[in-house]
Ligand binder design. Structure first.
Ligand code: COA
Length: 336
């Protein structure tokens, strides 16, 4: 049975850098508070036109990352036989961004699957791609993860707990049939819906006539809301559990791992996970200082950077791990 291997990586982030100092001009916050609590120094936000629309759409952003991954894999778009798109911020309520990606890449009737798994989108997407490839349903899968967070954030002091954390960006991987021992060795996937309302965006409300009310908008319920301390506590625990579980499932130990790429949620979470697992910073990738939390996109952006920085060599063991809204969490163990 073929195993799924990542054969190409790519990413794209907007040109506009928004520093913590820039945020100080929008809301009551400080560079010191943001750096101390999250490790974030700057993030990228798409520029807005005078009507408030972003310079490009989320799917167009994803397509830029996808083209880089396709070129890196040495294939043509026409070689892709399934597109998987993970985002919590689709360009419209429906259809999902997968079909826009299919069109932007000039494909013709290629299957497109959308994943709504928030920060865990990449981990679920890679596990799904592995399943499709092992089952023979697909031979080459394009997994794109992209987020336009900036348009959905409350940029006033009322929204400062979330607005300072999130950034825009997209990452993509091409996944093909692995040769030899190369590829996804194991994946673990979890969720706990009883915590769904601890980190969520309530609007548009599917079971409300009209989907929202003026009163809801006045209360700011269109913006994401988060119980930060609860998320922090669960994230730290679940990150560690997922890494341990996926290693056991794949028959490996922490000592065998060359690199862990965690979802870039918060530097304090990343540090705590590294410490608990006994992994030094050289084995836990971090780029949160420059991009913030880009939700589903954070792992593939980090992976593309890690590859280009020479942090992964053929044969290395890689763990990708994430936790996020849902709550959802999971991990993949990959022989690079
Ligand atoms: N700037 C300045 N002050 C802020 C602020 C900001 N951006 N956001 C919140 N504060 C204030 C709060 O209002 C509070 O003030 P008070 O003491 O006067 O009430 C104070 O800072 C402390 O708030 P608290 O929420 O207790 O801070 P914290 O230490 O828990 O840190 C987070 C807040 C959000 C950074 C932290 O909870 C966290 O990282 N949680 C996980 C977030 C995450 O990773 N989410 C994505 C998961 S995928």
């Amino acid at each position: 049975m073929p195993r799924a291997a990542i054969t190409g990586t790519g990413f794209w982030v907007p040109e506009q850098v928004v520093t913590n100092r820039d945020l100080e001009g929008m809301m009551d916050t400080s560079d010191a508070w943001i750096v101390e609590r999250s490790g974030i120094r700057e993030r990228r936000w798409l520029r807005l036109d005078p009507d408030g629309y972003t310079e490009i759409t989320g799917a167009e952003m994803g397509a830029r990352a996808a083209r880089m991954a396709i070129e890196d894999a040495g294939i043509e778009p026409g070689d892709i036989d399934l597109v998987i798109y993970a985002t919590v911020n689709p360009d419209c309520f429906f259809p999902g961004n997968g079909v826009f990606m299919e069109d932007l890449l000039g494909l013709d009737t290629t299957g497109a699957l959308d994943i709504r798994n928030q920060c865990t989108g990449f981990v679920y997407g890679l596990a799904a791609a592995d399943g499709f490839i092992q089952a023979g349903t697909a031979r080459t899968v394009l997994l794109v993860c992209g987020e336009v967070q900036s348009t959905g954030l409350d940029r006033s002091t009322a929204g400062r707990d979330l607005a300072v954390l999130f950034g825009d960006g997209a990452g993509a991987v091409v996944i093909g049939e692995g040769q030899g021992d190369r590829g996804v060795l194991a994946s673990v996937l979890h969720s706990q819906g009883r915590f769904a309302r601890e980190l969520w965006a309530e609007i548009p409300v599917g079971n409300l006539k009209g989907r929202w009310t003026d009163a809801m908008l006045e209360e700011g319920r269109q913006y994401p809301r988060m119980n930060g301390q609860m998320v922090f506590k669960h994230a730290t625990r679940r990150f560690c559990e997922a890494v341990t579980e996926v290693l056991a499932k794949g028959g490996a130990t922490v000592d065998d791992v060359a690199l862990v790429i965690p979802h870039q949620a918060n530097q304090r979470i990343t540090d705590a996970v590294g410490q608990r697992l006994g992994l030094g910073p050289e084995r836990v990738f971090s780029n949160i200082a420059k991009y913030g939390n880009t939700t589903a996109a954070s792992i593939p952006i980090a992976l593309a950077e890690a590859v280009r920085e020479g942090r992964l060599q053929r044969g290395d063991l890689l763990v990708t791990v994430a936790f996020g809204s849902g709550f959802t969490w999971g991990a993949n163990l990959v022989r690079w």
